[in-house]
Every structure is written in structure tokens, then in C-alpha cells.
Design a protein around this ligand. Structure first.
Ligand code: G1P
Length: 297
């Protein structure tokens, strides 16, 4: 286990096929679908960077080249905008390229989220690191990841993000069993985890959302984790084992109960809702858009 508590790297798994959005995602990665005026993935990278994690590793797969292009310079585009004197757009185009130090590793076989995280082992080394899932967007005004990093600095081990969901939705998520929180605290000790439980088997209504701060001990656990729900190697199963391991071996899991604004871009309906909510808050045209929306109802 690592005793260093510094976290500097973020891992973003992006190898998924995006089947829920077909045919829109037939030729472009789902992470490149626009959310108002930026691809969804850019919000996630911005969140990592604003929490101080500017070393970003994307775990990619086939047909994900557009992601690499997006976070690279685009000389032709920049020259064309420069020639036009369009400084505003020029800056926006450059932003994505200079935002973070982005690295890529391929997940050859789609064997699940746990396997995607394991693909990051060599790049991450023996340091704690964050994992951000692209389907969950956290409002830039809320500081979930920063709080999780503080909890890691205080307690060591791993940290997960939890959201209270209606009982009938728990089966869509990983679900946590926790010790009761201290009065007024949103930090809980996690005693068990189960991936997508049937409602009657769910230990609580606390769902895992897609932000994790993981002790590097997770890699050793993932290497011996067999296929779980859906035949995939589940990160939730590895966390379940970490929760039962002693602190000196990198074990222990805490949860931060998130009460801020989260936008789910994982399916078509919630994606549209996320777009509308973020568009309403857009600094340039949010007010006008919100007025137009109200005028239709
Ligand atoms: C994954 C995790 C699940 C978690 C969810 C959050 O599931 O396996 O534990 O609750 O992300 O978005 P997926 O949505 O990829 O099926």
C-alpha cells in the first residue's frame, strides 16, 4: 500500500459503446455528444482539473479517436480563426487542448468497469487516484471531488460518492451499506457494497455515483476479482473487499453523501434533462432560453 496521500491523477473510463444513444453514437463516441456547447467529456476533465488533478488518463477503446482530437491542438482550425480575428472562438478551441495533461491507454477487452480501472495500473503506480465516470456530470459550483480528496487525506483508504435515490432506483446503481453518520456530517464509513441489487436485497437507498478516490491497493484486489453482475469485473466488488481490509493494507472505504447538483447523461431522457438544466444556467443565453421554455408551458 502507499502511505503517500497526495492525489494528482484522474482516470476516466471511456471505452463504452454508447449503445443507449444509437444511432447518434454509431460514428462518434458518446462522450463527444454535446451538452449545450461542449462535449460531455470536457465537463468531466474540467472537474478533475479544478480539483487539482491535471494528469488525466482516459481508458479508451475502438472508435474513440475523436476524443484524442478534441484534447489536441487543431492547427488548421486555429489558423482559420486567427485569420478571421475571432479571438473568442480561438480561445474556446484552444481551451480543450491546454486544459489537462491527457494520456490514453486502450482497454482491449470490454470486461467491465473494474477491468477498465485495472488498465490504469501502470500509469497510476503506487498513488491514490480519482476515477470519474463520464455519464455523471457534477455542477461546477459543487465541490464533490474536493471533499472526497479531503476525506482521503484525513482517513486514507478509498472514498466513494453516494446519492440518496428512491428505493425503486437502487437496482440501477452500486449500493452501499454504511454506519450511521455523525450528526450533521455527510461522511459515512462504508461497511459493504453490492452492484445493482434487487430492491429487496438493497442494504440502503444510497447509490454510488460516478466519482471515486481509490487507494492503489485496489489494483491488487481487482487482479483477483472475478466476473460479477452482468459477467463483468465490477469495481463495486473490489470496493466491497477493500471495505473489509485493514487500513495498513490500503483497506477502508468512506462515503461522501452528495447533496448538490448532479446531471445524468447516461440515457436519452436524463441526457435531455441535463442539457435543458445546464442551458438554463448558461451565462450567454440561459435567461433567454429559460424564458422561452416557460413561454411554452
Ligand atoms: C457504474 C457502476 C455502478 C455505479 C454507476 C454510477 O454502473 O458499476 O456501481 O452506481 O456506474 O453511474 P453503470 O452505470 O456503468 O452500469
Amino acid at each position: 500500500m502507499s502511505d503517500g496521500r497526495r492525489v494528482s491523477k484522474a482516470v476516466i473510463p471511456v471505452a463504452g459503446l454508447g449503445t443507449r444513444f444509437l444511432p447518434a453514437t454509431k460514428a462518434i463516441p458518446k462522450e463527444m455528444l454535446p451538452v449545450v456547447d461542449k462535449p460531455a467529456i470536457q465537463y468531466v476533465v474540467e472537474e478533475a482539473v479544478s480539483a487539482g488533478l491535471s494528469d488525466v488518463l482516459m481508458v479508451t477503446g475502438r472508435n474513440k479517436g475523436a476524443l484524442e482530437d478534441h484534447f489536441d491542438r487543431s492547427w488548421e482550425l486555429e489558423q482559420a480563426l486567427e485569420a478571421k480575428g475571432d479571438e473568442f472562438r480561438l480561445e474556446r478551441v484552444r481551451d480543450a487542448a491546454v486544459l489537462a495533461d491527457v494520456h490514453y491507454v486502450r482497454q482491449g477487452d470490454p470486461k467491465g468497469l473494474g477491468h477498465a480501472v485495472l488498465c490504469a495500473a501502470r500509469h497510476v503506480g503506487d498513488e491514490a487516484f480519482a476515477v470519474l465516470l463520464g455519464d455523471d456530470l457534477i455542477d461546477a459550483r459543487d465541490t464533490l471531488l474536493e471533499t472526497m480528496l479531503e476525506v482521503r487525506a484525513e482517513h486514507g483508504g478509498s472514498v466513494i460518492a453516494l446519492l440518496e435515490v428512491p428505493a425503486d432506483q437502487v437496482q440501477l446503481y452500486g449500493c452501499a451499506a454504511v454506519d450511521p453518520a455523525d450528526q450533521g456530517s455527510d461522511v459515512v464509513r462504508v461497511t459493504g457494497l453490492v452492484e445493482k441489487p434487487a430492491p429487496q436485497e438493497a442494504p440502503s437507498n444510497l447509490a454510488l455515483i460516478g466519482r471515486y478516490v481509490l487507494d492503489p491497493a485496489v489494483f491488487e484486489v481487482l487482479r483477483r476479482t472475478g466476473p460479477g453482475r452482468g459477467g463483468e469485473i465490477q469495481l463495486t466488488d473490489a470496493l466491497q473487499e477493500l471495505a473489509g481490509m485493514p487500513a495498513e493494507d490500503g483497506g477502508g472505504v468512506h462515503g461522501v453523501v452528495f447533496r448538490g447538483r448532479r446531471y445524468d447523461t447516461g440515457d436519452r431522457l436524463s441526457y435531455l434533462q441535463a442539457v435543458v438544466q445546464l442551458a438554463e444556467g448558461h451565462p450567454e443565453f440561459g435567461k433567454e432560453f429559460a424564458e422561452w421554455l416557460r413561454s411554452r408551458t
